[in-house]
Structure formats: structure tokens, C-alpha cells
Design a protein around this ligand. Sequence first.
Ligand SMILES: *Cc1c(COP(=O)(O)O)cnc(C)c1O
Length: 393
Amino acid sequence: MSKEYGFATRQIHGGHIKNSAGALTTPIYQSSTFVFDNAEQGANRFAGKEDGFIYTRLGNPTEMELEGKLAALEGSEAALFTASGMGAISSTMHTLLKAGDHVISSKVVYGCTHSLFDEGLRKYNVDFSFVDTTDTQTIVDNIKANTKMIYVETPANPTLDVSDIQAIAKIAKEHDLIFVVDNTFATPYIQQPIQLGADIAVYSATKYINGHGDVVAGAITGKKALLDQIRMVGMKDMTGSIISPFDAFLVSRGLKTLDIRMEKHVKNAQRIAEFLDTHPQVNKVYYPGLKSFAGYAVAQKQMALPGAMISFELKGGRSAGEKLINAVELMTLAVSLGDAETLIEHPASMTHATYSAVDLEKAGISEGLVRLSIGLEDVEDLLDDLDQALTQL
Ligand SMILES: *Cc1c(COP(=O)(O)O)cnc(C)c1O
């Protein structure tokens, strides 16, 4: 699809594949395998001499529509959808790394990403340095002869650390390193890592990309040559982590409204962050849309909007946080994020429970940190709910 169309047009029409019945939306091709006309055609498809579907783990029309849509939104050459965000990350890492390689990773990453790197991949003799990627000099200082990749989450889960994608892309180019960005918190509506110089962007499509809390899915975007490798090695053989046709259909449906959802999520989040920032019970607010936040300037530079994830610490620490989580009535106690419902959770004991106490401290994820995924409700109702819960402390 032409890149000249605006974002909203691309999110609706991008990737559409005509079907024989002329259905407006791409049907759910609920089929594991695809029929060959004859032996020669089957052999040619396997040999890559002829385009066409073979088996759903290698590609499916419902999934292909979704790939086209996301690639059109990001202006990337290609996209690939997986069964989960962890499927996207593990397929990428398994394809591009080998024993003896070294990776520089943000010290603040999603909990399961941290355990995949620190335990899962270390078992295969891949080495990791978890560093503060908001400081580009620290990245340079940690490059070794065997460094192969820089992996950055920005804004990071859950402290919202903002790393400078353009500056890191420059370092990666100079040292011939692969640069991967987890863009889950920002979405392509707010931040486009490939345009900013990253080689690969990964997503938990479970979150804003789908946006309705009814699917677990992941995505990878970037250069076609890299994505072809990830599809045919990491995804096809090593993780087998393909999205199902039905989930691909649901994500296509969700993605059509990404822009209007993000606008409302962010509008609500900005109001709530400002409310928390001036509240006497609140010690510190982590939100890229607050001038007082460390990542504000870089966020202004590379993000169209500050996103809708907020973390904060209460003056009463962990026990106050637990009381607050139990006292809210409208906000829902659940992990995950990017849904219509506002979700509240405690990272140290939930999403980041895979971190050791030492690693939590190193990453700046305090025992008292509370994380909010601001939903699409009326913001006055959300503010009232927080207010009543805070007065109970
Ligand atoms: C949730 C999440 C993941 C993992 O995605 P799943 O779809 O749950 O496998 C990865 N990165 C970030 C930033 C996340 O929030």
C-alpha cells in the first residue's frame, strides 16, 4: 500500500487482500494447510521459486493481511505476527544470535524478556550486559569484541525509562550491531523505531495493537531480509510461534482503530499523571508527559504523544501501594496493558516477579511502585476512583 496515505487510512485499508467472495474484510482462513495443484507446484513453493501458501506456520492469508497493515503503519519493509510478544522476542533472538555472542540490553525490560535473556539464552552461552540505555555513553562503554546486538525497551516497562532511538541507532551502525527496539508501550502511532534507525521493532500485540484484551499475540517489523530469516528460521523451526488465523483476524479488527484509541488513552493518562503528580500522598510519578520526568526531553523528540502507561510510588511505600490496589473500585487489578479497561498492578510481585531482588533494585523498580495502564473510560470517573482510594490510605 502506498505510503502517501495518512495513518488512519493505512490502518483501515493497509494489507487488505482481495478474496474470491468479495468480502469487505479478509476472512478467517481457518486452515492448517493449503492445497497444491500438482507435485511441481508443491516442490516450487517449498523451493521458494513460486509464491503461494504452504502451511499456516509458514504463512496464512489472514495473517498476511495483518503483516501488510503493520508494515504500512510503520513504513517498514516487512512485518511478521507471532503467537505472543514473547514469541516475537524469542524468535528474533534465536534467529540472530549464536553461542559466544554478547548483547547489550536495557536494564529495565519486561519481566519475561529479562528471564529469557538472563536465564534462557545464557544457557546457550549468549552473554548479556543489562545497562542504563538512557545513557548512550554507557552503551558505548559496554561494547565488546563479541557484541552483536543492542536491545532496548522504550518507554520501558515499568519505569517508563526513555532511551534515545536515533542516538543508539548511530552507535549500532558505527559498530555494526543489530539494533532491536521493543515498541509495545508506544505503538506505531506514537513512535516509529524503524524510521528512527532501528533494524527491528518487536511488539506484544496483546497490548495496544489489538487493544481489546481478548488476544495474546506478538509482532516483528523491519527489513525484509532480516524478517525472512526470522520467519524461516526462528519462527518456523525454533519457536514455532505463529499466530492463529482467528487471532490474526481479531488483531486486524483492533488495529483499525489504533489512532483514535491512542488519542483517548493518552488524553486520559496526561490528566491522571498530573493529578498524581500534585497529590500529597504520592512520592514520585513516572510518565513521559510530565516536564519533571527524566525522559521528558527525549520523549518530546521521538514520540508524537507520551503514551498512556503511568507508574508511581506512594509516600507509604509497598504497604500503601497494596492498600491502594485493594481500594480502587473502577480500576481493575490485572496485569497486561493497552486495553479499554484501566488496569492497575504491582510490578515487583507481578509482571517483574522474575527479577531477583538485586536486579529489581539495579533496575530502579522499587517495592512501592504501582503501574497503571490508563483505559478509555471517562477520565472524571477514573480520577474520582483514584481520589477515593487515596483518601483511604
Ligand atoms: C507484555 C509485554 C511483552 C510480552 O508480550 P506477550 O504478548 O505477553 O508475550 C513484551 N514486552 C513488553 C514491553 C510487554 O509489555
